[in-house]
Design a protein around this ligand. Structure first.
Ligand code: SF4
Length: 429
């Protein structure tokens, strides 16, 4: 399974763009090597850097000095050599939002769920190197074989949105809802329980396990509507976490009035709502968001329309509701990718999602004009922690017979988390 370099006519590298003009990015520190930030806990420079970082989040240890000093060409040679030695024993997965210097070595490139499925299709691979963020590696571990090892090249690659819903906060919320509605597992005369918990894929395995234990389900940005229909067939209302925007945008498109979507702020009693508001609710939205997609605004869309008459605006459903409403289309990363691939005439696209994917799509489709709605270069800071030096490190350690940065989900969490994922796979539109 050889790694292949993607050759593009246009330079898609966000890292090179930042190095050439750090002032055009959201943080001048993005031009620094990522190991500069490994000794300080945090998400690193970029769009998520100001979000609260959980105390319990793992941090990356020191990268060996020879890797920190290696040139791009040396790292390329070392990664290729390790891949060559390991052959089919390893599968390398690259998320759409990874930097191009990582994607170039991936056997599969996709969204988090596509990649977890790709991993499950290689049961004989000993190791799955997941170039993404922590919750993605956990999902891959849940869906892979018991003897397979899932490796995250940089332990600091968390997800600030996933971290906005901790298991303690969600369990506390569940107890408060039980105080309001009574036993949450008892169906009423119509066979509906008071609340069905629904978690976005972008959540920890502990949260997926909570959902599985409490009759709930996981969703992705591609199937959120189908999953909400599944939940409404079983419950009076839904508790949706961690991303308020995906929950609101999806429920609104299904006809749920905004007044019936109160927000749950975990730092306030009853999440900041009254008992009457909760009683009237259809979807209770957790107070979480993606710091990358929150940057998109309607003003950016107005500007794109003024400067590019006829522009097609497509945004991700993690964007705030006014942005989704003002766009021509919204959809998952895969929907965005396919919309561009399916366009038969040269088209101008303004895209509202992470910059690495937008620049790669622009380079892959030179017949179209494709640009990011946000003029500031601001990658997902956690994805950006994975630099080729860390990929070289984990692969070379595998060659040496050592597994570093393994991500494992333990039995008591894994079993209900798999149940929640399995319900999602079986939910039909
Ligand atoms: S883009 Fe947003 S949701 Fe995705 S990993 Fe980064 S912070 Fe998390």
């Amino acid at each position: 399974m050889p790694a292949t370099r993607i050759t593009l006519e246009v330079d898609a590298s966000v890292a090179r763009a930042i190095a050439a003009a750090p002032a055009d990015s959201c943080s001048a520190d993005l031009a620094e090597a990522p190991w500069t930030f490994d000794s300080t806990p945090g998400y690193g420079p970029g769009s998520s850097s100001a979000d609260p970082f959980p105390d319990v989040a793992p941090t990356q240890g020191e990268l060996p000095a020879d890797l920190r000093a290696a040139s791009d060409d040396e790292l390329d040679a070392r990664i290729r050599a390790a891949r060559q030695t390991l052959g089919d024993r390893v599968v390398v997965l690259g998320h759409f939002y990874q930097r191009d210097e990582i994607v170039t070595y991936a056997d599969y490139v996709g969204d988090s769920f596509q990649l977890a499925r790709a991993a499950s299709e290689h049961p004989s691979a000993e190791a799955i190197v997941f170039c993404g963020v922590h919750f993605m590696a956990e999902t891959a571990d849940l869906l892979s074989g018991p003897d397979q090892r899932v490796i995250l090249p940089h332990l600091g690659a968390g997800c600030s949105m996933a971290d906005m819903a901790s298991i303690d906060e969600v369990e506390e919320c569940w107890e408060q809802l039980e105080d309001v509605f009574g036993p949450l597992d008892e169906p009423d005369a119509e066979g509906l329980v008071p609340v069905i918990p629904v978690t976005y894929m972008n959540s920890s395995a502990a949260i997926k396990g909570f959902v599985g234990r409490n009759g709930g389900i996981v969703c992705t940005s591609s199937n959120a509507r189908t999953v909400l229909e599944w939940a409404f067939a079983r419950g009076r209302r839904v508790l949706f976490f961690p991303d308020q925007h995906l929950g609101r945008n999806t429920a609104k498109a299904m006809g749920v009035p905004l007044e019936q979507m109160p927000m749950w702020n975990p730092r306030q009693p009853l999440g900041g709502s009254s008992e009457a508001e909760l009683d009237d609710s259809r979807v209770i939205l957790w107070h979480g968001f993606c710091s990358v997609h929150r940057r998109f605004t309607t003003a950016q869309i107005d500007k794109a329309r003024a400067e590019h008459p006829g522009v097609r605006v497509i945004v991700h459903p993690e964007c705030p509701m006014p942005v989704v409403d003002a766009a021509d289309e919204s959809g998952s990363t895969d929907v965005i990718r396919r919309a561009i691939e399916d366009a038969t005439e040269p088209t101008t696209f303004a895209i509202g999602t992470e910059i690495n994917l937008v620049r790669r799509l622009a380079a892959q489709h030179p017949q179209h004009t494709i640009f990011c709605l946000d003029p500031v270069v601001c990658p997902c800071s956690t994805m950006y922690r994975i630099h080729p030096a860390y990929l070289a490190w984990v692969l070379e350690r595998l060659v040496a017979g050592e597994t570093v940065n393994q991500i494992r989900v333990t039995g008591s969490v894994a079993e209900p988390a798999r149940l929640a994922l399995d319900r999602m796979l079986r939910a039909k539109p």
